[in-house]
Design a protein around this ligand. Sequence first.
Ligand SMILES: [Zn+2]
Length: 137
Amino acid sequence: MSSVISLLIITLIILYVIRPYLQKKAGVAEIGGAEGNGRIVDLRETRDNLLSAIKDIEFDYEMGKLSPEDFSEIKTQYRDKAIEVLKEIEMQEGGNSKTRQSSMEGVCEVCKNPRKKGDRFCRHCGNQFNASKRIKP
Ligand SMILES: [Zn+2]
């Protein structure tokens, strides 16, 4: 009986966590991705919520508040949702990376990875940038 109640509570938490994501999904479909950056922020928030929710139920399980069946079912739901959100974040970031690169410091000539402001060496391949303009005191 108590596991039914905890399942109900968890379901409510899931709904609460994914609600902004679902609302946003409906809204953005009309706009057509015009607010890409705001969307990524929302997605990241949803991802963080999901990840902390997973930690919460892991804790509940360790405390004996959840049965193994409930735990694995709920965790799978969270994880699937988190994977979905992560994929969407990747898609959004991939679509925006071109515009972001031009507003940043460009890309490494060797490995083509984006380089960040103030970097003197590539974080990916170690290539030294000709940053003569930036090294000066
Ligand atoms: Zn590189």
